[in-house]
Design a binder for this molecule. Sequence first.
Ligand code: PNS
Length: 169
Amino acid sequence: MLRALYPGSFDPITNGHLDVLARAARLFEEVIVAVAHNDSKQALFTTQERVKLLEESTSHLKNVKVTSFEGLLVDFARSQGAKAVIRGLRAVSDFEFEFQMALMNRSLEPNLEALFLMPCEEYSYISSRMVKEVARLGGTVSRFVPQCVEAALHKRFGARTQDTERPQT
Ligand code: PNS
């Protein structure tokens, strides 16, 4: 089976990620979306929460599986029999980091190809970081993320606002 791996932080998944994933799902027999579990990076959502949001957002893509991984990407790709790693490229600014990462991964595992896909232009400015900031500051994010993610962001920041506004006793 021609299988690809789409790794990332997905904190949370955006419509840009979904667009890239749908493109990859048309090219490969199976695409594994894998949330990187990284203790050193402070995430808004836990790995389990991110997996769940991905599962909900990708339920219409029948050849997509969602999971998480720890450790080196190349080791996980090998364990899954993936032939390629998918990454989205929104703009030239993404390129330097992606190029470095792709070459590092290639030196660790020469048989794993990096494949870069561009999301639809209307998603080229969306990032998880900005979506979180807009949601945290009370803006509308419905155009940028799937509905379940919007609800999760509202729940998270709504709860946080109420917490900080609770009078001190
Ligand atoms: O969505 P992100 O944060 O840009 O994803 C980056 C990710 C998770 C793909 C990258 O950090 C990664 O591959 N982490 C796993 C650890 C690893 O293999 N590091 C060496 C490759 S540079």
